[in-house]
Design a protein around this ligand. Structure first.
Ligand SMILES: [Zn+2]
Length: 234
């Protein structure tokens, strides 16, 4: 193998590792965003449950005030019972009292139903509160983990890049520039192995003289995908 191509292959191996590490690193902010969104979702559900609870409490209060005023009404009628002069007035008042009492028993039932609902929603609030705490806890734990991972990836990349620089010193500058240009456009893979007359980068059949040229140590570029071609020594 052309010694320049051999060196370039060493760089390529490092570059592909660097490329993969950078991709992995780029995913980390997405994970953090996802975890943040979980917190926001849990918080908005908690807010909603709290709002429901508040509305139910207001309704309960309103009905209790109404019940109290109706009970006062009954008391007022009952005092009047002692003051009426005729049977007709008496029975009409009694009728009035019965009506208010019937209203009240409906009100009382509604209040009991509301109390049940309030209990239910109060436990939902508690649940949602726990969900917020859990989401925050998970975020904090995972964030630490992710920050650590990211730091490790960065250190690994730095090491590989230093290594790469060292090897690149022995490569012809023009060839290396060409290689880097291709690398940028080819997802971390600027070189392609020729296998059975086919380019390992784009799988096109190469003209027959390509293999001969490579054997003679020439630098050959795939006419289809522009990668630098190489062959394993047999
Ligand atoms: Zn190709």
């Amino acid at each position: 193998m052309n010694p320049q191509i051999e060196k370039l292959l060493e760089v390529q191996n490092l570059d592909y590792e660097i490329y993969e590490l950078k991709r992995e690193k780029a995913k980390k902010p997405d994970i953090i965003d996802f975890l943040k969104k979980n917190i926001d979702d849990a918080k908005s559900q908690l807010q909603q449950a709290k709002e429901n609870l508040k509305q139910l409490e207001l309704e309960r209060k309103r009905k209790e005030v109404e019940l109290e005023s109706k009970e006062n009404e009954i008391k007022k009628y009952e005092t009047q019972l002692y003051q009426v002069k005729t049977n007709k007035e008496y029975s009409s008042l009694e009728h009035e009292i019965e009506g208010v009492k019937a209203d009240n028993s409906i009100l009382e039932e509604e209040i009991i139903n509301l109390l049940d609902k309030i209990d239910e929603i109060a436990s939902v609030v508690k649940e949602k509160n726990e969900a917020v705490n859990n989401a925050e806890k998970e975020f904090n734990n995972r964030k630490k983990e992710i920050d650590l991972d990211t730091k490790e990836i960065e250190q690994r990349i730095n090491k590989l890049e230093a290594n790469r620089k060292e090897i690149a010193k022995d490569i012809d500058k023009g060839l290396f520039k060409k290689y880097e240009r291709i690398l940028k456009n080819k997802n971390g893979m600027a070189m392609a192995k020729v296998v059975d007359g086919t380019c390992g980068g784009c799988y096109i059949n190469l003209p027959p003289q390509v293999e001969n040229e490579i054997r003679l140590g020439k630098i050959v570029i795939c006419q289809n995908c522009s990668r630098i071609l190489y062959m394993e020594d047999t």
